[in-house]
Design a binder for this molecule. Structure first.
Ligand SMILES: Cc1cc2nc3c(=O)[nH]c(=O)nc-3n(C[C@H](O)[C@H](O)[C@H](O)COP(=O)(O)OP(=O)(O)OC[C@H]3O[C@@H](n4cnc5c(N)ncnc54)[C@H](O)[C@@H]3O)c2cc1C
Length: 389
């Protein structure tokens, strides 16, 4: 998207963040409820089609632009930003891997028009946190599919217009021979199986669900999930999540900075001791931002080159995305913790303008959302064979 048009879109998201998301964030967190008001405003402003290609009627935003939108919204309400990020990840999986499919090309146009919200179901009872394995399998007969899944965690599945579900390609396929299926709300029944009373990210509404679904065979995303995972799901998730975790950290540092400036105003002519800690934490925050911004920019550059999609399957890229995810998810709660040390009791209190509880709890989800240990184990085995290019 051209930078002038993007500035307009960014200003719209800024306004939604400050006027709507920030006002409802405490209630969304307290009630562990879906951020309806924010999503309605994003729909109204057509933000949900930001990464649909221009030829399908969307805005065609780059990774840097999407990450900037998610980071902006996260400063007001991290759950809303996570919903937006997850939706963009699913849209990208369709847009980048279904160009040959008339059904999906038309679906993207419909998504732009109706501002559909897409959710994701990769988790499953029996595979633990391994998104590259499935127990369930899609069955095909007479141009129709049938797919049932017992998912452990399904963010906003009850509120979404459709869910992209990973599964085995067929009943006799190996656990890692997966495809993705677009399941529309009207194609399925969802039965909630667990609760979502969590420390943070409470507005993502992510309990377990039993899905029973059926539909047209053309709703199976063409190609292997192995490719969509490496070329799209992993890069989009790790970059957009990192940007939004930075947004949480930036909000915490912003609150700490307001606190320190307040102290300074009370003692003119002196620098409060907390200002040194603020200097330290602002350096950490800058490092965190440079990290996601750089990887997003590199992604955009390689993606725009011929053969870019193939390039993304190389080990060097997988390492870069893994490293970004692990380091950002570790840094976010550390930065919020540093902000808390600056603000002290007024950050610890829930009814203070400097309150940091929600930000801290939301930031803690990052290292679990695809376990950092699991990612580190994959990184470790790749490093054994990786030769720096
Ligand atoms: C806010 C939030 C939203 C989510 N939304 C969705 C969603 O919309 N759709 C969806 O499908 N899923 C979603 N998830 C689930 C997520 O993607 C993971 O599947 C889930 O968090 C993993 O659960 P787990 O910790 O039990 O898994 P595991 O990865 O199995 O981890 C369990 C434990 O084993 C350890 N472990 C695992 N592998 C290794 C290893 N190789 N070496 C050492 N230790 C290891 C981990 O450290 C951890 O302690 C969401 C999760 C969160 C937090």
């Amino acid at each position: 998207m051209h930078s002038q048009e993007f500035d307009k879109l960014l200003n719209t998201v800024r306004r939604i963040a400050t006027d709507i998301a920030a006002n409802h964030a405490a209630d969304v967190d307290a009630q562990a409820r879906f951020p309806h008001e924010t999503l309605a405003a994003l729909r109204e402003a057509r933000v949900l089609s930001a990464n649909v290609p221009i030829e399908s009627g969307g805005a065609g935003c780059s990774m840097v632009q999407l990450a900037t939108l998610c980071a902006t919204l996260a400063q007001a309400c991290a759950s809303s930003a996570m919903v937006l990020a997850m939706h963009y990840i699913q849209v990208a999986c369709i847009a980048r891997h279904s160009t040959e499919s008339a059904f999906f090309r038309s679906y993207l146009c419909e998504l732009v028009e109706q501002q559909f919200l897409l959710a994701s179901m990769t988790s499953e009872v029996g595979v633990f946190g391994d998104t590259r394995s499935s127990v369930c399998a899609v069955e095909r007969a007479n141009g129709r599919f049938k797919l049932d899944k017992d998912a452990t965690t399904g963010s906003y599945c009850a509120e979404a217009d459709a869910i992209l579900v990973t599964c085995r390609r067929a009943a006799d396929a190996a656990a890692s021979d997966q495809v993705m299926v677009l399941v529309r709300k009207s194609d399925c029944t969802l039965t909630q199986t667990t609760s979502w009373d969590t420390m943070g990210m409470r507005g993502t509404r992510s309990p377990g669900f039993k899905l029973v679904s059926g539909g047209g065979e053309e709703q199976i995303v063409p190609g292997a999930y192995a490719d969509s995972s490496a070329q799209t799901m992993v890069p989009y998730s790790h970059i957009l999540w990192s940007a939004l975790w930075w947004g949480i950290a930036a909000e915490a540092v912003g609150r700490a900075a307001n606190f320190v400036r307040g102290q300074a105003r009370r003692t003119p002519g002196t620098v409060p001791p907390t200002a040194v800690r603020l200097a330290e934490v602002s350096a950490r925050l800058q490092t965190m931002r440079s990290n996601w911004f750089a990887v997003a920019g590199e992604f955009d550059r390689v993606d725009a080159t011929p053969g870019g999609m193939e390039e993304l399957t190389r080990i060097g890229w997988a390492l870069r995305f893994n490293n970004l995810k692990v380091s950002s998810s570790e840094m976010a709660p550390q930065i919020v913790h540093m902000a808390l040390q600056i603000v002290g009791i007024l950050g610890y209190k829930n009814d203070s303008p400097f309150a940091l509880s929600r930000l801290y709890r939301d930031a803690l989800s990052g290292s679990l959302m695809v376990s950092n240990d699991r990612i580190a184990a994959k990184t470790a085995s790749m490093l054994l064979v990786f030769k720096d290019e």
